[in-house]
Design a protein around this ligand. Structure first.
Ligand code: 13P
Length: 255
């Protein structure tokens, strides 16, 4: 099965409204997604989603929330539900990003509940996993990734069912925002491990359909080499997604 590459920009807590709209207009002007064999997604801060969705219009650019709550409504001051994301134009949501895990105390159990809630509302989860430098240096990378997958996708595992549109992202913590990219071989090794885990838990069809993105200092200069790896199906990009020029170059990594 061929997996359509997905190039996704995680804007994190950056840009003002004007910059956000300028950026998405530039992306829209440059690509005709229907003609390119790559899917393009942006994950703006919550407050810009509606306006970005209006700007994106029918261009095919996908929109994701950067986080959401596990419940569908209720007394959760400051939180956003899956339905609210969908209602403003999102089709996807990033869950379990290492910044959520490390800075905001998100556990695998919380992420598991969020994945369940996203799927209940028909939002596609982009579930992130990744090891720290210390864990890598101690030779624990595969154990950490396996534990994160087992626990943050526990509900799906129990039901032995994962929608084929689900997206996973391998983001080694030591490569995020540091300028240090995992080598294509280092990334491929973990992506292959994740695909084997998918195969074991959900069978060969799901293993061959689910896209696994790499994230961590992806730039125009390293995108093509990373993307040439067999099990790397796209990129989740932070810093380089904030400038039209670099993000568009990554979208065109194959040209
Ligand atoms: P950078 O591309 O800035 O390293 O960020 C990666 C990331 O965290 C994307 O979610």
């Amino acid at each position: 099965m061929t997996r359509t590459p997905l190039i996704a920009g995680n804007w994190k807590m950056n840009l003002n409204m004007g910059e956000a709209i300028d950026l998405v207009q530039a992306i829209k002007a440059d690509i005709d997604v229907s003609k390119k064999d790559v899917d393009v997604l942006v994950a703006p801060p919550f407050t810009y989603i509606s306006e970005v969705a209006r700007t994106v219009d029918k261009s095919g650019i996908l929109i994701a929330g950067q986080n959401m709550h596990w419940d569908h409504s209720g007394a959760y001051t400051g939180e956003i539900s899956a339905y609210m994301l969908q209602d403003t134009g999102c089709t996807h949501v990033i869950l379990g990003h290492s910044e959520r895990r490390n800075l905001f105390g998100e556990t695998d159990e919380i992420i598991d509940r969020k994945v369940k809630a996203a799927l209940e509302r028909g939002l596609v989860p982009i579930v992130c996993v990744g090891e720290t430098l210390e864990q890598r240096e101690k030779g624990k990378t595969f154990d950490v990734i396996k534990d994160q997958l087992n626990m943050s996708l526990d509900n799906l595992k129990k039901n032995k069912s994962m929608p084929p549109s689900t997206v996973l992202a391998y983001e080694p913590v030591w490569a995020i925002g540091t300028g240090k990219t995992a080598s294509p071989e280092q990334a491929q090794e973990v992506h292959a491990f994740i695909r084997t885990w998918l195969n074991k838990n959900f069978g060969p069809n799901i293993a061959s359909s689910v896209r696994i993105l790499y994230g961590g200092s992806v730039k125009p200069t390293n995108a093509a080499e990373l993307m040439s790896q067999q099990d790397i199906d796209g990129a989740l990009i932070g810093g380089a997604s904030l400038k039209a020029d670099s993000f568009i170059k990554i979208i065109h990594y194959n040209d």
